[in-house]
Each structure stands twice: as C-alpha cells, then as structure tokens.
Design a protein around this ligand. Structure first.
Ligand SMILES: *Cc1c(COP(=O)(O)O)cnc(C)c1O
Length: 429
C-alpha cells in the first residue's frame, strides 16, 4: 500500500470520508487523494515526496505561490506578537483601508473568518437593510454552505428552490429563488413576479464553482438595472474572483465594460487571507450602519480580524498591488490555456478554455458553456482520465470538472511548458 493510501485509510477512520472538505476526497475523479506534506513556490510535495506543479493554490488564496518571503516574514512576526486578542488591533484598520482603497464600491468592511461566513452575513445584512426576505441565486454558483444557499432550482421556472443538503428544512430555503446563470429572460420574469419582496441577488460574477463561466455582459447589465429598479441589492460574491482576476476584482473588469457598474455589497475571501482563515464583506457606510454594534443586524466572531491572518492578508495585498503584477500573471495564465489548447488541437481533442487574471478554466467541448447544465454536459470521462494522467505526471489540477484552476506569480514559463508537455502525453494516450 502506498503512503497516500495508508494515510487515506487512517484518515477515514477518524474523519468522515477522510477529508475536512468534500472535494478533497477525489470522489468526482476517483482514486486516492494525495496527502500534502509541504509546499513552496508553485510546487507541492505529497507524503511520498512526489512533487506537483500546483494549479489549485489552496483553491485560490496562494496567488503569490507558497511561502512568499514577505508574507512568511509578516506572519512569523505577527505570531510572535500574539495569536488572538479578542480586542481591536491597528492591523485590522490597515487591512480594511487596503481593501477600501482597492475596491471603490466599498466604504466600510467587516472581517470574518471564511467565505461561507461572509456570504451568509452579507445576506443577513441585505435582508436587514431592505426589510425584505427573498433572494435570488444562480444554479452552479457556490456561496459557501449557509443553509439558505444550499438550494437547487425548483421544478418550474421562478419557483422557489429545494435544499441540496439533508439537514436543511425546506422552510429554510423557501425564500431562495434559483435561476439559470446568464438567462436574461428568466431573470426578468423573476423580477416581474417577486421584485418588491427581493432583498438581494447574489452572484459569482465569473463563476468559478462551475469551472469558469463568465456572466455575459447583457446579463450583468440587466441584472444591475433590475436590482436598481426594484430596490434589491446586488451582492457580488468575489470570494474567488476578488484580487484574483484583477486587483479590483471582477467588479473592476465589469466596470470597464459596463460604464458605472458597481455592486451594492461585495464578498471576499481566499486571496485576502493569503492562505489564512480570513474573509470580508463590505458596502457603503449607509448600508453598513445596519450592522451591530451600530444597527440591528447581528454579526460577530471570536477570531474575526485575527492578528496573524490579517498580517498574512495585508502582506499578500501589498505584493499583488505592485505595478505590473496582474499583467504578468494574466499573460502567464493565458499562455497555459493556449498551450493546453494547442496540445488538445494536435491530439484532435475538442477543447475550449478561458482565463481572467490568474484564474482559468477549460472544457473538453466545442464551445464555452454559459450555464451549469452545459458545464455538466461536457466530457466528464475524458476530464477524469486527463486529470489522472496529469497527476501521474506531477501536475495537480482541480479534481473535478466543475472547478476553476489558478496560476500563481511563482509559476514560471518553464512550469507552464512542463505542464503543456505533460498535457500532450496525457491527451495522446
Ligand atoms: C470558496 C468560496 C466560498 C466559500 O468560502 P469558504 O472560505 O470555503 O467558506 C464562497 N463563495 C465563493 C465564490 C467561493 O469560491
């Protein structure tokens, strides 16, 4: 038995499925998960000492690569000063100031510990601020595992959803409407029917939890208009895209294409913690004043704004704010997707890919899917064989066809070339 297999068996005795987050168990692709012993730069090493080029980067946070010297130094210094105080610190102000400077739609921010918590709190805030109950989410978007968000579409269009998890009573999701991503007509119908009772619409602007699907410009434009018209708040879940696709997040990308575009509430996680448990939600001062201790919407956290996590996040933000950072990252990411595309073309395999900043996706398909069902209809068997071929060759891609990939600033052109070489071999077989 290999070391990874032995660890997996041991893990399964004491941890459900052997993992602390389901996708790590490799259920979608089959096989044994690799137990990671350490990581540095663009690489991870498993418990057997095998090296992998890492295109997950902890599902997005490790935008600088693993163990960036400036981040490591900041974390080590912070740790010697104390792990947690349960009292305010100057570093929380610095991080809030940094976020506000980079994201013009935000005037105030609250720090929390996970994307789940940030999305859940953003919805409570939207409901509290509007005095309305209903919300819209889109099929294939993931906003963490708060009860009200574990929903799939109901049987009819513009009907309320069904829980996707046991343990979530139907009453808890009765206010959550689930619509098809990029479907303008459905969106209009939902607003026609429920407009006055909608607190918010929550969306991943570039959906990374169904691989990589951009909200189309007509869809995003109409969504913004309808929210404004009906007094519903537009909540952009930028937990994945924030500081990943651009320094100002996906909202800055859409603002460049739709004049005046901005969300009402933004949700961040992943990159802002640089690999530590840290997330945030923010909006205007006017909406934020609804939040405790100023207002009636309750929200709190023992470890919120944790001093070591904020040090890690701040050091990360300082590095990515340096001139030219995103241009270089985006070019490297594009070169990966192009290289994979060329390899697939030479092997006669249908392939499409897309990227923005340091986030990418690819499908074994002839055209880019626009919504969840189309993503799930792409060639899963081929993806799974490709995934394992790449893993065996030392390239660690996301272990499910519905997950995005991530390139870091530590990935060199040699790493990209080695990845494309591995892809050529995998696709040929
Ligand atoms: C990862 C993710 C979340 C959940 O964040 P956690 O820190 O895992 O709770 C929420 N929304 C999006 C878009 C995400 O990618």
């Amino acid at each position: 038995m290999s070391t990874n297999q032995a660890l997996f068996e041991r893990a399964q005795r004491v941890i459900p499925g052997g993992v602390n987050s389901p996708v790590r168990a490799f259920r979608a692709v089959g096989g044994t998960p690799r137990f990671i012993a350490r990581a540095h730069g663009a690489y991870m090493w498993d418990a057997e000492g095998r090296r992998y080029i890492d295109y997950i980067g902890s599902w997005g946070p490790m935008i600088l690569g693993h163990g960036h010297p400036a981040v490591l130094e900041a974390v080590q210094k912070a740790a010697t000063e104390g792990f947690s105080f349960g009292a305010p610190t100057e570093r929380e102000i610095e991080l809030a100031e940094a976020i506000i400077t980079l994201v013009p739609s935000i005037e105030q921010v609250r720090l929390v510990s996970s994307g789940t918590e940030a999305a859940m709190s953003a919805i409570r805030l939207a409901r509290g601020a509007t005095g309305r109950a209903k919300l819209i989410k889109f099929e294939g978007c993931y906003h963490g595992h708060a009860d009200a968000l574990l929903v799939k579409a109901g049987s009819g269009l513009a009907t309320f959803g069904h829980p996707t998890s046991a343990g979530v009573p139907p009453e808890v999701v009765q206010h959550t409407l689930v619509l098809e991503y990029n479907n303008v007509e459905q969106l209009e119908r939902a607003f026609d029917e429920h407009g006055p009772s909608l607190a918010c619409v929550m969306i991943e602007p570039i959906a990374g939890n169904m691989n990589f699907v951009r909200a189309s410009l007509p869809f995003m434009r109409r969504l913004r208009e309808l929210c404004t018209q009906h007094g519903a708040l537009l909540v952009l879940d930028e937990v994945m895209t924030g500081f990943r696709v651009a320094l100002g997040g996906a909202q800055s990308v859409y603002a460049g294409l739709i004049p005046g575009f901005r969300p009402d509430i933004s949700v961040f996680g992943k990159v802002i913690g640089g690999g530590m448990p840290l997330a945030a939600f923010g909006t205007t001062r006017d909406i934020m004043k609804q939040l405790a201790p100023l207002g009636p919407v309750y929200q709190a956290g023992t470890l919120s704004g944790n001093p070591v996590a904020t040090a890690c996040g701040l050091a990360t933000l300082r590095e990515i704010a340096k001139p030219g950072f995103y241009e270089a990252l985006a070019a490297r990411t594009r070169s990966l997707v192009e290289g994979l595309g060329n390899a697939a073309r030479d092997a006669g395999v249908p392939f499409v890919g897309d990227s923005e900043g340091g986030m990418f996706g690819f499908f074994f398909s002839d055209s880019l899917p626009q919504q969840y069902n189309a993503v799930m209809a792409t060639d899963k068997d081929r993806f799974n064989r490709f995934f394992h071929g790449m893993l065996d060759a030392g390239v660690y891609l996301a272990p499910a066809l519905y997950e995005a990939g991530f390139v870091s600033a530590a990935h060199t052109s040699d790493d990209i070339a080695a990845t494309v070489t591995a892809a050529r071999a995998a696709l040929a077989s």
